[in-house]
Write a protein that binds this ligand. Structure first.
Ligand code: ZN
Length: 304
């Protein structure tokens, strides 16, 4: 069920009430409410320098992809200061991603025989989580091999296509799209392809693996994945509350609604997240920390 929880910029006490209900550690004390957009501006404006402008970083007013990407994956942009982040919410093409990844301090770690490539701070926090899990007789494993961690632009393109093509075939078989739609989509530049798919999804023609949800909950458009920033890790044991708790204690949080295996390294205590413009949302037993700018927020639902 979708509910209209609040309009962006309306950071009112209603947000705190929802946050209190589902996140005791975040709201044990009265919390000063900070909008996500305001927090980004504060974080990115250098003292004495030109004010940082959200629209330059992510043209949310004019570009549907930018807005959806920021609302779906934007939590990573409030990570602790030492985490390296892209200078725009959508990285344009492989060259830009490569240049960004080149400057990231990274440390590969071995996760039960799988090499996982992450920013050094994220790798250390994951290793600490693995160690703590072991002490409790638990395991933390990588979902689907090395792509559980850092990814290349090519990886994200491959994953995107692995959702798009089967969904196209599915909707053509169902008569909701035609082979002419397929041909026209094929001619478009990547950004326009993404726009077209989001437009179809607005009419209920979904592109996630099970065709019941947005493709954005299944995989990110190329150039926008948190995995490109080497601060995301997909966990096999995401269903285990003890594992989630260990990861949370070490700065790793679920941040993409309807993608419960996906954890993001934010590197701060959970109690600090509301003051960084994030809000906790509960869905299907999972707590997601997402930007509080989202116009609509998905709440608990039995649909998946
Ligand atoms: Zn992921």
């Amino acid at each position: 069920m979708m509910i209209q929880l609040f309009q962006r910029a309306a950071a009112t006490s209603a947000i705190l009430i929802v946050s209190c209900f589902i996140c005791s550690t975040a709201t044990a004390q009265p919390t000063e409410l900070v909008s996500f957009d305001q927090y980004l501006e504060k974080k990115n404006t250098v003292a004495g320098g030109t004010p940082w402008v959200l629209e330059k970083f992510c043209p949310v007013s004019t570009n549907i992809i930018a807005r959806r990407v920021l609302e779906s994956y934007g939590a990573m942009f409030v990570a602790k200061d030492s985490v390296e982040l892209p200078v725009s919410c959508v990285q344009k093409g492989e060259g830009q991603v490569l240049a960004f990844q080149k400057k990231i301090p990274r440390t590969p770690i071995d996760v039960r025989g799988v090499r996982i490539d992450l920013q050094t701070a994220a790798a250390q926090a994951l290793q600490q989580s693995i160690n703590e899990a072991e002490i409790s007789g638990l395991t933390i494993s990588a979902l689907d091999g090395p792509i559980a961690g850092g990814r290349s632009y090519g990886d994200t393109l491959m994953l995107w296509n692995s959702r798009v093509f089967p969904a196209l075939a599915y909707w053509i078989r169902r008569g909701k799209l035609t082979s002419m739609d397929f041909d026209e989509l094929a001619k478009l530049a990547l950004e326009k392809k993404v726009e077209k798919i989001l437009e179809w999804e607005s009419k209920g023609i979904y592109f996630s693996t099970d065709r019941s949800r947005s493709i954005l909950t299944s995989t990110a458009p190329p150039g926008t994945s948190q995995h490109l920033s080497l601060i995301a890790f997909d966990v096999v044991e995401y269903w285990n509350p003890q594992v989630r708790s260990i990861l949370n204690r070490n700065g790793w949080f679920q941040t993409v609604v309807d993608d419960p295996p996906h954890f993001t390294y934010l590197g701060v205590a959970e109690s600090e997240l509301p003051s960084r413009g994030l809000i906790a949302v509960l869905k299907n037993g999972h707590q997601y920390w997402i930007p509080n700018r989202s116009a609509t927020i998905v709440t608990d639902s039995p649909t998946n």
